[in-house]
Design a protein around this ligand. Structure first.
Ligand SMILES: Cc1ncc(COP(=O)(O)O)c(C=O)c1O
Length: 429
């Protein structure tokens, strides 16, 4: 049975997480379905950033590295993110961008996978990095670049073909499996535990990109036995444009390999200023240069908005609502926008779907998204033909989902998207 707008309003009234929305500044009338690309600004962020600028920087100046705890911000915010992804305190730090962290962990993992197998008859053969063809481009570019530097091979497969590639004799040349847990263009979620187990059975290590998972779906890094992970601060963690990213290494591996960007902040004693590099113990060695204090302050506000759900059931409760929102959106599109050539790209099965719904259309996908944005429904377009909608359960309600689909229906029914002003491709889509 298709829900009505009134049904959705009733769901909002009963939503135990509805109060969390007040943590954000959401422009009136806007339905923001792009938190998977850039999260909404936390209401606490402007004052916190102003405080860091005016007091900690303006008044405290250099003293604030010690007095305001700037030097430990990467670890402090890292410990908070750790709570959201099944890591223990001290295992995860905030640093650099997701791309740069991928370079660090893929290098370290490649080194370890080869070192572990060297001396065995398989050692020389373990040179393949396996990934998914539709993985996010930066993940593939970094892996490709490493494969080129280290004489390895990047092999791209369809997601469903990965288990067979890892199994039995075929898996013997695989050094690493690197995947984005929730695919950016389809919203399909991999089974992290199963794939990690299959990779380990093959003698390979795993590197997970949690860009579309952290703060969106429950993740249990230690529970699944994953080897390395990175993730993004500006999507579901609401850390602001270009927010720094995070990096995690399993305690078993963290001290076994150098990460290649051996900078002074990852040194065991940066203020000894010694000429030789001695990596800091633990995950701190994954830091490279001076922490971006203003960005870290904003990111901490964003992470706190997700942690605010802990007394209400935390990631499990957020996941429950996220699935209800994405399921509702997909069902409403299928019933209310039928006959307009939209195909559901994201899985209908809950266990396989992240916190986004992607639709494909042979033509006009970009223009339809632009027409929706003009009407105050913000999603995005991913080439060549995907309309992508992210659902952040912290601040999206059921009636908003209903209204978003109603606007989509109107844009399609009236053909307004065909107007020339919606065809002009902008730099960021
Ligand atoms: C899966 C995934 N990885 C990485 C990135 C981006 O990484 P960076 O912050 O280094 O630009 C994105 C950006 O959308 C992404 O979707």
């Amino acid at each position: 049975m298709t829900l009505t707008r009134a049904d959705c309003e009733a769901l909002d009234r009963r939503d135990p997480l509805a109060t969390l929305r007040s943590q954000f500044v959401i422009p009136p009338g806007l339905i923001y379905l792009d938190g998977n690309s850039l999260g909404v600004m936390p209401a606490a962020a402007p004052a916190r950033v102003a405080q860091v600028v005016q007091q900690e920087w303006g008044q405290g100046l250099i003293r604030s590295w010690n007095a305001a705890g700037w030097m430990n911000l990467s670890q402090r915010v890292g410990d908070k993110i750790a709570r959201l992804v099944g890591a223990a305190p001290g295992e995860l730090v905030v640093a650099d961008s997701t791309s740069v962290n991928l370079f660090k962990v893929l290098s370290a993992a490649l080194h370890l996978a080869r070192a572990e197998s060297s001396g065995t008859h398989r050692g020389a053969q373990r040179h393949v990095i396996v990934s998914e063809r539709s993985n996010f481009p930066t993940d593939l570019y970094i892996a490709q670049s490493l494969a080129q530097q280290h004489g390895g091979t990047l092999e791209l497969l369809e997601g469903e073909d990965i288990p067979a590639r890892l199994a039995g004799a075929r898996g013997q040349d695989v050094a690493l499996l690197t995947l984005t847990h929730v695919n950016y263009r389809t919203g399909r979620m991999h089974d992290m535990a199963a794939l990690t187990a299959q990779a380990h059975a093959a003698g390979a290590l795993t590197v997970w990109d949690l860009a579309h998972s952290a703060g969106a779906v429950p993740v249990d890094l230690n529970g699944t036995g994953a080897d390395f992970a990175v993730g993004c601060g500006y999507k579901y963690l609401n850390g602001g444009p270009g927010a720094p990213a995070f990096v995690w290494a399993h305690p078993q591996h963290v001290s076994s390999a150098w990460q290649p960007l051996a900078g002074w902040i990852g040194h065991a004693a940066p203020f000894e200023f010694t000429p030789d590099y001695q990596p800091a113990p633990g995950i701190t060695r994954y830091l490279c240069g001076t922490p971006p204090v203003l960005s870290l302050a904003a990111l901490e506000c964003g992470v706190d908005t997700v942690l605010a759900a802990e007394p209400l059931g935390g990631m499990v409760a957020l996941r429950h609502k996220s699935l209800a929102l994405t399921r509702l959106f997909a069902e409403l599109v299928q019933t209310r926008c039928a006959g307009h050539g939209l195909r559901l790209v994201s899985p209908t099965e809950d266990a396989l779907r992240g916190s986004q719904v992607c639709l494909a259309r042979d033509d006009g996908a970009y223009a339809i998204v632009q027409a929706l944005i003009e009407r105050g429904v913000i999603g995005d377009f991913r080439a060549p033909n995907v309309l992508r909608f992210g659902f952040t359960p912290l601040y999206i309600g059921y009636a908003e989902v209903w209204e978003a689909v109603e606007q989509l229906r109107q844009v399609l029914d009236g053909g307004v998207w065909r107007d020339a002003r919606f065809q002009q491709r902008q730099q960021v889509t």
